[in-house]
Design a protein. Structure first.
Length: 92
């Protein structure tokens, strides 16, 4: 069963370049479908590094986003102790 995946035109160009590099380095033509299969298999074998890169690929909040988030914080006037926080949040 085949599925069509929509890809941004700029990213499609990168896939084309990678496909050409594989052909140049190996001397064998590879379809984009096979290239993507091999990429997914590679990621599966290197899952830890993939997730480490994926998780830490974040951008910090802008100053306005940070101010907006801080403005939404509410003090309910209840003092919370570290030793009782689980009970306070989740109950007995």
């Amino acid at each position: 069963m085949q599925t069509t995946v929509k890809i941004d035109p700029e990213f499609k160009k990168e896939i084309d370049k990678l496909q050409a590099k594989v052909t140049m380095k190996t001397g064998e033509k590879i379809t984009q479908q096979e290239l993507l299969v091999r990429i997914v298999k590679f990621v599966i074998r290197n899952e830890d590094n993939f997730f480490k890169d994926f998780i830490f690929d974040w951008k910090p909040l802008t100053d306005s986003e940070w101010e907006k988030m801080k403005a939404s914080i509410t003090d309910f006037g209840k003092i919370t102790k570290e030793s009782t926080i689980d009970t306070e949040l989740y109950g007995e």
